[in-house]
Write a protein of this length. Structure first.
Length: 206
C-alpha cells in the first residue's frame, strides 16, 4: 500500500523552506521506525542549499495511510533561524496534505469511436447535397464529438475525424494535468499558521 503527501513552505521566508527539509528528515525517521519507505517524487528547491519550497513524497508499507494522516495539517519546526541571528522568531510553519492526484491518460482506440455518415449543408455542389460523405465521430469514453465534411470522400473525412478526436482527447488530458499542477501550487497560499498538528524540534533541544 502507498500514499502521497505534499509538504509546502507556503509563501513563508527561507526558514520555512529549511523547516520543510528538517521535517522531511524527521518524517523519514518516523517511517523507518514503522518499517515504511519514503520516496521523493517531486521537489521545488528553496533559496538555500538543501532546502525545499515544496516536496512531494510517496509513503509505502502496511501502515502508510496512518503515518500520512498523522503528518497531515499544519506542522511547526521550532528552532532559532540558522540564517538570521537577529530574529527572535523560532516557529516556522509548514503545511502537509494529500496532493491532487494525476488522472490516468484517456485511452484512445478506434474501437471506442462511433462513426456515422451524414449529410451537411453549405457550399459544395450537388454531390455534397446527395451523398452522405460527411462524418460524425463520437469518442465514447470522453464524449467528444466531431463532424467533418472537408472532403468529398467518406474515407478521407473519416481519417480526418479520427485524427481530430485523438488530438482533442490528448488536449483534454494535458489541460487536466495543468489543472492538477495548479492545484498543487495553490497549497502555497493555503498555509495556516498556528495551531499545528505537530511541533518538532532539533533533538538537542528535547
Amino acid at each position: 500500500m502507498s500514499t502521497y503527501l505534499l509538504l509546502s513552505a507556503g509563501r513563508g521566508p527561507q526558514e520555512c523552506a529549511w523547516a520543510v527539509a528538517r521535517l522531511l528528515h524527521r518524517l523519514r525517521t518516523d517511517a523507518d521506525r514503522q518499517g515504511l519507505t519514503v520516496q521523493q517524487v517531486e521537489a521545488v528547491p528553496g533559496e538555500r542549499p538543501g532546502t525545499y519550497r515544496s516536496v512531494l513524497i510517496r509513503i509505502s508499507g502496511a501502515h502508510a495511510e496512518a503515518l500520512a494522516t498523522s503528518w497531515t495539517g499544519t506542522l511547526c519546526w521550532q528552532a532559532p533561524s540558522p540564517y538570521r541571528a537577529s530574529t527572535g522568531r523560532k516557529n516556522w510553519y509548514v503545511t502537509a496534505r494529500a496532493p491532487e492526484s494525476d488522472a490516468p491518460p484517456t485511452p484512445f482506440a478506434e474501437a471506442d469511436v462511433d462513426i456515422v455518415a451524414c449529410r451537411t449543408g453549405g457550399p459544395g455542389g450537388q454531390h455534397r447535397n446527395k451523398a452522405s460523405t460527411a462524418v460524425r465521430a463520437t469518442h465514447r469514453p470522453s464524449g467528444i464529438v466531431v463532424v467533418v465534411d472537408d472532403e468529398r470522400q467518406f474515407s478521407l473525412n473519416r481519417r480526418i475525424a479520427l485524427r481530430l478526436l485523438r488530438q482533442r482527447v490528448e488536449d483534454g488530458d494535458e489541460a487536466a494535468r495543468r489543472a492538477v499542477v495548479t492545484a498543487r501550487w495553490r497549497v502555497h497560499d493555503e498555509l495556516v499558521r498556528g495551531d499545528p498538528v505537530r511541533v518538532e524540534r532539533p533533538t538537542a533541544q528535547r
